[in-house]
Design a protein around this ligand. Sequence first.
Ligand SMILES: [Zn+2]
Length: 507
Amino acid sequence: MDPSRPLASSIAWAEGRILAVDPPRPLGRVIDLRGQTALPGLIDAHLHLALGGETLLQLDLSTARHRADFERLVAERAATLPRDGWLIARSWNEDAFEERCTPDRTWLRAAGDRPAVAWRMDHHACVLNDAAIDLLAARQDLGVDPPGGRIERDGTGRPTGLFQEAAAWKLVNPMLPSPSLEERREAVRAAQRSLASLGLTSVGSMEYASVVRDAIEPLRAELAVRMRVTLLDRDWPLDLGYATRFANDERLAVIGMKAFIDGTLGSRTARMLEPYDDDRANRGLLVELAERGVLVDWIRHVRAAGLSPSMHAIGDEAARLALDAIDASDAPGAPPARVEHAQTLARADIIRFAGRFASMQPLHKAYDARSAATRLGPGRMDRFFPFRSLHHAGARLAFGSDWPIVSPDPILGLAAAITGLDVDGQPCRVEENLGVHEALAAYTSGAAACLNIDAGVLAAGKLADITVVDADPYACDWRTRRPRVTMTLMGGVVTGGVVTGGVVQDR
Ligand SMILES: [Zn+2]
């Protein structure tokens, strides 16, 4: 990623920073990569680390292919739990089952008397067991569906256990125990291990100040992945005291504040310039600060305090409002603003991204491709994820995953941006594909610039953050053969991967 030296055969570092690229002779300890490729450490510009870590501690049902698998996994987990503790599972998907069926409360029998919940992979539905249904019934009349939700019932009127949409997140979610302090910290540790093993060296993480204070900052010294935190706290009027007084260092820093302008395409709540093609009376919602008309006040406050504003904008009108707010708050020396998602953009707004950060998630394109065609209609698909047009307009692309919404594996994100294939393997807007170099830049130098990290380029003086892959990413056909991460180094220390990928010798 250093244009003055795009290729090299060795790197020397000390005390966490790169000393030289292609030094005249090796010194000290040598890691021989045996023909593998060292890239600048990969960076995810937008995820939710603490929340993602919590999902890692839950029972993963994504491998269940039939009812017997599901029940065996529940039984195995139940055996490890205290008698009265909740069993919380996630990621079942009836589309992955070999025979057509949907789980109900009987699938969770192995949980015994303890309450149990199993979330569908998209978190838009869940199944409760009898004990959990009884707990919920004591708080709530389960005879009527909540607005926007559905409680499935059997012939006798008893819930089958399946709760959908608002019934899942408005009734079931608040009933679940919140994790203890120790569980929160364990979740952060699990997330760090997992992200490092995927080749990530830094992440931009969206967190509440209370979570940073209680569960992340106490672990600062053991973080294996650098964190640049954007705070989700957005009570108005804003309190910027915690963010501006935070003790930033290379491992952990608070860089900015987050605002939400609209919702999502899938739920038709993303704010569009014109109505949805499959709901002609609706063009989505403005939410929170945008709905109250204080977005410009908010962004001025944030930038004046030396913090980077980050705005969730998925619909084309939401992106336009974000750009208007950035323009209205530009001042010499003001910290850069970030537009998160930017999933649909009117042509006139693409050029307005010149020199601006677009923080985008290529895997969201792969997941949303199917529903976008019906939401936007064929006439507006040219607004959907215009990666290449943004790049040509001079936008500063930073890629990420939004984990735990989708996988944080950066190789999957790179493949989506490079091939344009959606999750069903169908091509979507391939005219907007990026080349390998541009996609890698968005996961390295682009994301580093977006998050203000002194990395993303392998050059003397930069942080020694390195991701090793087993194949030359420029030579791979990404449709058939993706590189595999074999080693991750943060500040020159191995944090993830398989060290046997290289040979360590002392000289
Ligand atoms: Zn997010």
